[in-house]
Design a protein around this ligand. Sequence first.
Ligand SMILES: Cc1ncc(C[n+]2csc(CCOP(=O)(O)OP(=O)(O)O)c2C)c(N)n1
Length: 318
Amino acid sequence: MKNAHLLDLYRVMKTIRRFEEVGCQLLIEGKIPASLHTSIGQEAVAAGICASLSAADLIVSNHRGHGHCIAKGVDARVMMAELMGKAAGTNAGRGGSMHVADPELGVLGANGIVGAGVPIALGAAYACRVRNSGQIVACFYGDGAANEGGCHEAMNIAALWKLPLIFVCEHNGYAEMTPQAVHASVRDLAVRAAAYDMPGETVDGNDVLAVRAAMETAAGRARRGEGPTLLECKTYRMRGHFEGDPQRYKPAEEQAQWKERDPIGLFRAKLVGQDVSPATLDEIDREIEEIMRDAIAFGESAELPDAAEVARHVYAEV
Ligand SMILES: Cc1ncc(C[n+]2csc(CCOP(=O)(O)OP(=O)(O)O)c2C)c(N)n1
């Protein structure tokens, strides 16, 4: 892979990390008026999957969706404004962190209802087929969502109709506070793909190049009309389920082990090992800090929605 593409992956992952770290700080300061679910530790999944998508392709996200949206091209300023409930946000301040959407960029929406995005992605993939648009759809959902009935219904129909859909299961080990061993009968959720006669692969979700390679194959199949793929990306949520979660259910040793496998640290080391100079990466980091400063300033100076228009954008206007 060309160095420029590798640096893009680094840039996307680091932007997600810093966006969410900044978001955590703004939450403490009371500038974000809702709860925040970060994907810190899971950035390689968003970056690796979206690297194989074109601008026209579509994603469906979940309640932990900042990374997916950034990787698909949502502007940090507009998303920060949304998190702050401002009129300049992606959803005109009506959605907040869990509902970021930007259809122009192919982001069909984050979703606070666990598993609810999966049937939406199915519908989008069916629309791509009916319109013969050439687009494909990536659907991000968690290991908890993988047990929802709608997820299985969507997999069945997607496989039956060979729809251009990639099921991206972000297996971060927990559904809220429930460890995977307590909520799923299988260790590797990718084995469930066999029940629907589609390919399923378990990928190291902290290795952005592994995620990207698996997605390249899956996206190729989808584009050729060969149907869906289930990609289970094994990763780890390095912070709480929500900001403020004391995480008593996570063993300290487990947290320490995954800290060693921080996807950004791993990728940075790999790049430096491939003769990318640390100064080049530091320069990208500086650029990202500038983007964050700009996003905070944009969000803080943006207006709140006009109270007289409170019902606008809530119901469809026909
Ligand atoms: C239908 C539904 N059930 C329960 C909840 C409460 N809830 C919010 S997030 C969550 C866990 C989701 O786990 P997972 O899908 O693994 O995603 P993760 O939070 O690990 O990213 C639950 C149970 C919800 N929002 N919607």
